[in-house]
Write a protein that binds this ligand. Structure first.
Ligand SMILES: Nc1nc2c(ncn2[C@@H]2O[C@H](COP(=O)(O)OP(=O)(O)OP(=O)(O)O)[C@@H](O)[C@H]2O)c(=O)[nH]1
Ligand SMILES: [Mg+2]
Length: 428
């Protein structure tokens, strides 16, 4: 249990016995007293004095016994002594306000809490040290240097030599290239963090639900030889190479369906629309018919994985589709499932992984900010290429600097900060 703020010492005096034994940074065995002074628990207490704590404020850490009853009583005693429950993310919010951590590091703490998969945990750790913020600050400082050079030449035309457009453009190009590389880490960073969604679609009875169950390793969805078994979408997550993959089993797509089935198909189309990847399951043992062609046409523009199932029964359909290089096999075969997992990885993150220990963009806001900076730099360079005076670039450079400030945390809007901390759990 952690208490933080200027009132901590006063609260400790009422809560901890003997409170005189507390020394900054030292663990002490103490009693925790309720509001009447009766002992609730024996606990380890550690006092951290401002500014040498996580939040930068006075902090009291109490390691009490794990019983929910004791925890509740200690909480109540703390509240009686003047504390209040922390809001989600408030500890880290205070750490940010007190200059203990960068905004991107705070974001990484939030990500770490939310991280469901190994890869996204690693990705969050990389930015936790503030590596992304430092990288962006470096580029931003370089841009600011160029802007100051311009301003000097404009304000003191007699003392400061004119800026050489060619050298200026070369410097911009270098920063642009580095931002471009950072931009390229964005999509992948997002996939690693948020995962990819895969809609399992196909004609009725092809084995979609069987595939979901086989990939999950449990009988999650109802399977039967009756076409039209699945009526509603079913969603479950698995991890592939440490990336979260959300599998969405759907109702089989066919024309001339009854009303209930048609409602299910409408949901299928919505799921298909929203998913990153279409995993098309066909009965590969049968010749292609209207429903198969329909699904193939519907997903032709999509990132997709084609799977011809029921190879144990024949390969008529699979041979017709050979040109598409589908995965051919059966949901009952181990190798088939492995091939489908690989195909999902190839379609979802192109089998690539970024070096997550290097700075990378992880959120849509960071990607948008870097894109805005790149656009401004592009306009500045176009100005130079057109032979216009170099000082006309100043506005664009300012825009790029402001955009990068949103990533490095040097310039952030209040609502962004609030948005980040609101996702935290209480006590962080
Ligand atoms: N022989 C064989 N049968 C399979 C295979 N995969 C699935 N089946 C059978 O095919 C039938 C339909 O499977 P489901 O998984 O319910 O098919 P579905 O695509 O979900 O069907 P709907 O929900 O009706 O759209 C079941 O009887 C399965 O046991 C396979 O690889 N080989
Ligand atoms: Mg089904």
């Amino acid at each position: 249990m952690r208490l933080s703020g200027p009132g901590v010492l006063a609260i400790a005096e009422r809560l901890v016995q003997p409170s005189r034994s507390l020394r900054p940074g030292r663990a002490r065995l103490v009693s925790i007293a309720d509001r009447k002074g009766a002992a609730i628990d024996r606990a380890i207490a550690i006092l951290w004095c401002a500014p040498h704590s996580y939040t930068g404020e006075d902090v009291l850490e109490l390691q009490v016994h794990g019983s929910p009853v004791i925890v509740r009583e200690v909480l109540e005693a703390s509240f009686a002594a003047g504390a209040r429950p922390a809001k989600p993310g408030e500890f880290t919010h205070r750490a940010f306000l007190n200059g203990k951590i960068e905004l991107s590091a705070a974001q990484a703490v939030g990500d770490l809490i939310a991280a469901e998969s190994r890869a996204s945990a690693r990705a969050a750790l990389a930015n936790l040290g503030g590596a992304l913020a430092r990288e962006v600050q470096r580029l931003r400082a370089a841009l600011r240097g160029l802007l100051e050079e311009l301003a000097g030449a404009i304000d003191f035309p007699d003392e400061v030599p004119d800026v050489d457009p060619q050298r200026f453009d070369a410097a911009l190009a270098q920063i642009e290239a580095q931002l471009g590389r950072l931009r390229a880490t964005g999509e992948l960073g997002r996939v690693m963090r948020e995962g990819v969604s895969v809609a399992i679609v196909g004609p009725p009875n092809a084995g979609k639900s069987s595939l979901l169950n086989a990939l999950l390793g449990e009988e999650r969805a109802l399977v039967s030889e009756v076409a039209g078994t699945t009526r509603d979408t079913i969603e479950e997550s698995i991890a592939i190479d440490g990336v979260i993959v959300r599998l969405i089993d759907t109702a089989g797509i066919r024309m001339h369906a009854d009303r209930l089935e048609a409602a299910g198909i409408a949901r299928t189309l919505r799921a298909l629309d929203e998913a990153h990847i279409a995993l098309v399951v066909l009965d590969g043992s049968l010749a292609l018919d209207e429903p198969e062609r329909e699904v193939l046409a519907q997903t032709s523009e999509r990132e997709r994985v084609l799977f011809c199932n029921k190879a144990d029964l024949g390969d008529t359909g699979a041979r017709e589709l050979a040109a598409y290089a589908p995965v051919v096999g059966s949901v009952f075969a181990h190798e088939t499932l492995a091939a489908i997992r690989t195909a999902i990885a190839d379609a979802g993150w192109h089998g690539e992984s970024i070096d997550l220990s290097r700075p990378h963009l992880a959120t849509a806001a960071e990607i948008a900010a870097v894109e805005a900076a790149l656009e401004a730099l592009g306009l500045a360079r176009a100005t130079l290429a057109a032979g216009d005076p170099v000082d006309l670039c100043a506005g664009e450079l300012q825009r790029a600097i402001a955009a990068l400030g949103r990533v490095s945390g040097e310039q952030v809007a209040e609502e962004i900060i609030d948005g980040i901390f609101a996702r935290f759990c209480i006590g962080k």
